[in-house]
Design a protein around this ligand. Structure first.
Ligand SMILES: [Ca+2]
Ligand SMILES: [Ca+2]
Length: 451
């Protein structure tokens, strides 16, 4: 006897939804698959197989601000997640195969599967097992407003919906600039108008900080308040709970460790999701009784997604939809340079051609990687002049064992500037630029005299 398909959906949802959220969060790159074919090989135990398809609708709003209010109208981008599952004890892993044809204008960028694993190539195709079900797969479709075509022909063609989020939220940190290891206290406040299920994430499944940045950030799970459902120290802390009307606060400490000689600006991504959105998708049943798999075909404008099997399938439209507001992460780094400007004393009547700046960098940065065309001389944030391309040379002018880059600036441009602002006495000058694409900056004092 076949198990009721609807019951399986429910059971799977309970087991999986937190994990699936993680995987979905990790799949941050837009993925559109012109054609996907799913085929299951024949099995002697065909009557035990059960496969279902779920299409989730997500409304995602990205913001550079650190707060949204419940009554503001936001332009949500709408996207869909299509996923499915084969029931436990159904098929041996070798009998379940997904193939993809990624021809066309869209690039297939990855699979999610086998919790925490992202498969990078279209020809990789399989997942599981995990502790609760044997096999899972899912495809991630993300539709940006620029994409002229809607992947699911049967769905509404709306791509942007302007609506109120239905909740308010703020993200705040007590400290965002780190020149040495320190702790950042992150607080997320969520204002709820009616009792609703929420998921609050600080960080994301793809990692708390980008790869190859010269600092690390680690979530100190023991400091999370209230107790979260999940903590992945390098990636995220996650709460999933029902919130009563009122204001709720979530917080955690993050340890920031910059590389030596690097200054870091960091604010983590924060995501607030409300479940479910009470909305059905035109053309799709919200839930249905079992249909045979051969009957299941999603026509798309990019290519048909075909499910081919004699197995029983159930599918749902508005199964796990959510409204999600994401406060974008902020990461910036600055290499702290040691600058010596020569001469130490500048006469405003001097007829000299150049002033010289020697730039030294922290030991794991190489002055040879400085792009001279980017080097600037500033005062109080105002650009005075750019470095001359020639002469410039690498040496060790002060014999301290640290290589320095010598650059020249136009002395008369500096004098003109200093006269204009009426500078006299000690003046702090800044030299900045890019080293291997990363900003560096340092300052030195000169004495400005008349005569
Ligand atoms: Ca000096
Ligand atoms: Ca030196």
């Amino acid at each position: 006897m076949k198990r009721p398909a609807i019951a399986l959906v429910g059971k799977c949802a309970k087991n999986y939804r937190v994990k699936i959220r993680i995987i979905v969060t990790m799949l941050t790159v837009a993925l559109l698959v012109p054609m996907a074919t799913i085929a299951t090989a024949a099995s002697e135990e065909a009557d035990q197989r059960l496969l279902y398809i779920v299409i989730e609708e997500h409304w995602g709003y990205l913001t550079d601000e650190s707060s949204v209010s419940p009554d503001v109208v936001l332009p949500f981008r709408v996207d869909w997640l299509l996923w499915g599952n084969i029931a436990k004890d159904s098929l041996p892993i070798s009998n379940f195969k997904i193939t993809l044809d990624s021809r066309g204008i869209q690039e297939f960028t990855g699979w999610g599967g086998g919790w925490g694993i992202i498969h990078k190539h279209p020809d990789e195709w399989l997942y599981g097992p995990d502790e609760t079900y044997d096999y899972n797969w899912w495809l991630w479709y993300e539709i940006s407003p620029e994409d002229a075509l809607h992947p699911f022909l049967h769905l509404s063609s709306t791509r942007i919906i302007e609506e109120q989020p239905g909740f308010g939220a703020t993200r705040s940190v007590d400290k965002m600039i780190f020149s040495e290891p320190g702790i950042q206290h992150v607080t997320v406040t969520v204002e709820v108008e009616e009792t609703m299920e929420f998921m609050i994430e600080i960080g994301s499944g793809g990692g708390l900080v980008p790869k190859d940045v010269p600092f690390t950030a680690t979530i100190l799970g023991g400091t999370a308040n209230p107790t979260p459902q999940m903590v992945i120290p390098e990636a995220l802390v996650l709460w999933r709970l029902e919130l009563e009307p009122g204001v709720h606060e979530f917080s955690v400490d993050i340890k920031i460790v910059p590389e030596e000689g690097v200054r870091v600006v960091f604010v983590p991504e924060v995501s607030i999701s409300r479940f479910p959105i009470k909305k059905s998708l035109p053309g799709l049943p919200i839930t249905s009784n079992s249909v045979t798999f051969e009957d299941f075909k999603i026509l798309t404008t990019l290519g048909d997604v075909t499910f081919s099997s004699s197995d029983v399938v159930t599918w749902a439209g508005d199964f796990y939809s959510r409204v999600r507001v994401i406060f974008r992460p902020m990461t910036a780094v600055m290499v702290m340079a040691t600058i010596d400007i020569d001469p130490d004393t500048l006469r405003l009547e001097s007829k000299g051609k150049w002033i010289t700046a020697y730039i030294e960098l922290p030991h794991n940065w190489n002055v040879a990687d400085i792009d001279i065309m980017t080097v600037e001389l500033l005062h109080g944030g105002e650009l005075i002049t750019r470095a001359e391309e020639h002469p410039a040379e690498i040496g060790d002018y002060d014999s301290d064992g640290i290589l320095d880059l010598m650059v020249k600036f136009d002395m008369q441009a500096l004098i003109e500037y200093l006269k204009r602002i009426g500078a006299e006495g000690d003046v702090e000058l800044t030299v900045k630029g890019l080293v291997a694409g990363t900003p560096f900056e340092g300052t030195d004092m000169i004495k400005v005299i008349h005569g």
